[in-house]
Write a protein that binds this ligand. Structure first.
Ligand code: 6CS
Length: 347
């Protein structure tokens, strides 16, 4: 084949492909959903389940495009893209969006929730709590669609941590919301805020000595390769908020609104069990890949000094979350109080 023929063939293919692309985008409405985690993560399963549900309900008239972490930017950049309408949906962890919506940092407080994940889920799914959070998100141009748990967070470190004194002088990576600096300073650590994408190399280069995340993330981001200890202190579950651009949400017609509501309810059910499965399976995987890693599970006596040290942050929450944050705190505490007696949970 000579050069001219190759050129003609390439051009014809490009034009055909372009037309096909145009025809498709004219017929199909695109909803863009960016997540803060990579493919195969809890947020990815959420977004893929949501995509399947919306596309099925809309009979293919809507296509949901999922953008995994790394394709569009850091959590803060995703929030910005959502705000300016480049995206329709995004995941936003309070650990990062707390800079913009300080009240949501209540979800980062240690030892606020119960040991029973099911009770915590009911607390955060209660109409009162969701609508109070939604008002705060609305004021910033977002619609809050849901709050999901991605499982208990676990500390990883280059040394064992059994008492707050073990945190002394430990450079500890946290997400970028200010409350987290205070939460770990209260134990005596030197917290360092970093974007998710920078954690592995920071651990590897010993710029930090430890970090905190759910097990599935520790496996998927390979943090276990550069950490010697996994410490379970059950201080807080990892929560993410599912949000959309407010203007987009308000512009939806009745049918789209219904598909969206149903897809959110359906996805929420699935993701709760899925994250439990992921966290369990990936702990086994970590232990298989790196058997020398040591797992420390703090018992209730060992947890007590951490609970006590964290109390000062809870008492001073107004400094971080403002009076609106304190209202959220009271609301959550009341819901915990109301719902926890139903728990049959055995640790
Ligand atoms: O540690 C972080 O920054 C991230 N951790 C998880 C599990 N999800 C997203 C978040 O940005």
């Amino acid at each position: 084949m000579n050069w001219k023929r190759i050129r003609r063939l390439v051009l014809t293919t490009l034009i055909l492909w372009g037309l096909g692309g145009c025809a498709q985008t004219q017929d199909v409405e695109i909803w863009r959903f960016a997540i803060e985690e990579t493919s195969g993560s809890v947020q990815d399963v959420y977004a893929q389940t949501f995509k399947e549900s919306i596309e099925r309900r809309s009979e293919g008239t809507i296509e949901v495009k999922v953008y995994p972490y790394g394709t569009l930017g850091t959590s803060d950049q995703l929030t910005e893209l959502l705000h300016n309408g480049t995206l329709e949906f995004a995941m936003a962890s309070p650990g990062h969006i707390g800079k913009l919506i300080p009240e949501v940092q209540v979800l980062l407080l240690h030892y606020l929730f119960t040991p029973d994940e099911e009770v915590n889920r009911q607390v955060l799914n209660s109409e009162k709590v969701l609508s109070a959070f939604d008002a705060l998100y609305s004021a910033k141009g977002f619609k809050l669609l849901g709050i999901i748990s991605e499982g208990w967070q676990v500390w990883t470190a280059d040394r064992p941590i059994r008492t707050p004194a073990d945190f002394s002088g430990l450079k500890f990576r946290v997400m970028t919301s200010p409350l987290l600096l205070n939460a770990y300073s209260a134990y005596g650590a030197s917290p360092t805020p970093l974007a998710y994408s920078e954690v592995y190399s920071a651990l590897q280069l010993k710029m930090v000595d430890g970090q905190v995340n759910p097990i599935f993330a520790i496996e998927e981001m390979s943090f276990y390769e550069v950490s010697d200890y996994l410490i379970f202190a059950y201080e807080s579950p990892f929560y993410a908020t599912v949000i959309s651009n407010r203007e987009f949400y308000d512009s939806l017609d009745e049918a789209r609104q219904k598909w969206l509501d149903e897809a959110i309810t359906e996805t929420d059910e699935i993701i709760f069990r899925k994250q439990q499965k992921f966290n369990k399976e990936r702990l086994d995987l970590i232990l298989e890949k790196r058997p020398e890693i040591e797992v420390i599970e703090l018992n209730s006596t060992e947890l007590q000094p951490f609970r006590e040290a964290s109390q000062q942050v809870l008492e001073r929450f107004e400094d971080y979350g403002g009076s609106g944050g304190v209202e959220m705190l009271r609301l959550i505490q009341a819901e915990v109080e109301r719902l926890q007696h139903k728990s049959h949970f055995k640790p």
